[in-house]
Design a protein. Structure first.
Length: 72
């Protein structure tokens, strides 16, 4: 996983997303290729972007599939 900001914790990408959704946050796909997907993590109170994450893990790429957001 690559991020635009330094990542302070060593949680797996799947754990980061799970925790984000559990606390009401949303995510949206902002870019996708055959080998990676970039998502925008957004606040639950207005949708302001907090961070962007780029995933290259094949398992996570399958998880995102054709989804465009956490609302899919």
């Amino acid at each position: 996983m690559a991020t635009d900001a330094a990542d302070a914790d060593a949680d797996s990408p799947g754990e980061v997303l799970r925790r984000w959704e559990e606390f009401g946050g949303r995510w949206h796909v902002v870019a996708r290729t055959a080998s990676q997907v970039t998502i925008s993590l957004r606040r639950c109170d207005g949708g302001e972007e907090v961070q962007r994450l780029t995933f290259v893990d094949p398992e996570l790429l399958r998880f995102f599939g054709g989804r465009t957001s956490s609302e899919d």
